[in-house]
Design a protein around this ligand. Structure first.
Ligand code: COA
Length: 183
């Protein structure tokens, strides 16, 4: 069931635009980086073909309006810096999950904070959602801080929810209500 319309969002330093086929190579450099993938839901990729397949799947989900996947590009250089997305939408309850990842060389720059801020504004504005959720590994402190900075509240812990490359990990669940933003 289509829910999202693909969009381009602009922030002071970034353009968040829909995913394209040619993003596979720059995204592969992030998806194959063991440090960036440390707390991810799939293991680091080993071939650019895996990135191409993921991009094709993502493009389908985005163009059909099931997910909203945005690629972060630098306004100054056009470089692909990472991605952020809204997915697992429940249309009736008007909620979705949020996810994000940034090329490691750009960590500490505040880019994702800028991108996620714009994506949240879009989610609660144009898209009409009322609740966003994030599922992160509780050891993923940079993600936890980023979410808290945006006003997300840690709502629970699901034990041993994931198994990636044979490693079992917990889920810390975070939630943000549209109403929280108006407080
Ligand atoms: C999550 C991610 C996008 C955050 O981007 P970032 O540029 O690293 O974020 P920042 O450097 O602004 O850090 C965010 C906050 O976490 C803190 N932080 C960063 N690394 C930390 C660490 N190892 N331990 C404790 N705090 C940490 C920062 O000090 C900052 O705190 P502040 O907001 O109080 O200043 C990035 O780290 C990333 O892409 N990680 C890999 C992908 C991932 O795990 N995605 C989440 C799965 S959904």
């Amino acid at each position: 069931m289509p829910f999202f319309t693909p969009v381009t969002l602009t922030t002071p330093r970034l353009v968040l635009r829909p995913l394209r086929e040619e993003d596979a190579a720059p995204l592969f450099s992030m998806w194959s980086d063991a440090d960036a993938m440390r707390y991810f839901s799939f293991p680091p990729m080993t071939s650019v073909e895996q990135a191409r397949e993921r991009v094709v799947r993502g493009e389908k989900m985005s163009s059909s309006g099931v997910d909203l996947i945005c690629v972060l590009t630098s306004q100054a250089t056009g470089e692909v810096l990472g991605d952020c997305a809204l997915f697992r939408v429940d249309e009736q309850c008007r909620r979705a999950e949020i996810g994000f990842s940034l090329q490691r060389r750009h960590w500490g720059s505040g880019y994702m904070n800028e991108a996620v801020s714009a994506l949240i504004a879009h989610a609660f504005g144009t898209a009409g959602l009322r609740r966003l959720e994030a599922d992160i590994d509780p050891r993923n402190l940079a993600s936890a801080r980023l979410l808290e900075r945006q006003g997300f509240v840690r709502e629970g812990l699901l034990r041993e929810r994931w198994m990636v490359n044979g490693e079992v990990s917990d889920s810390a669940l975070y939630g943000l209500l549209e109403g929280d933003r108006r407080k």
